[in-house]
Design a protein. Structure first.
Length: 100
């Protein structure tokens, strides 16, 4: 079953919800396609980002039955983690290239 972009955005938002549970009020990440993930101000710190990526990988593995590594050297373009929208696009492309 090939993922839809809407399903992947939902997985990303679920993962952000789980990461936000660990963050103090005022430092939580908004759920929006233009929300910064790591570059510039307002994104996740390194530990939060690692947790977020692990959650996305886990949820994709559970839903689509595919092991996915999103942090390998050839797994992303330079700006694919910049914001939620770019990350969703990159994730969509990667999963649709993988034989599911």
């Amino acid at each position: 079953m090939k993922p839809t972009k809407e399903e992947l955005i939902d997985i990303i938002y679920q993962s952000l919800d789980e990461v936000n549970e660990q963050l103090p009020n005022g430092q939580q990440i908004q759920k929006s396609l233009d929300t910064t993930l790591i570059k510039g101000g307002g994104g996740l710190d390194s530990l939060g980002f690692v947790n977020f990526i692990a959650l996305v990988e886990e949820k994709c593995a559970h839903k689509y039955g595919v092991a996915l590594s999103l942090t390998g050297s050839s797994s992303h373009e330079d700006d694919s983690f910049e914001d939620v929208g770019k990350f969703a696009d990159s994730l969509f492309q990667r999963l649709n290239k993988t034989s599911l």
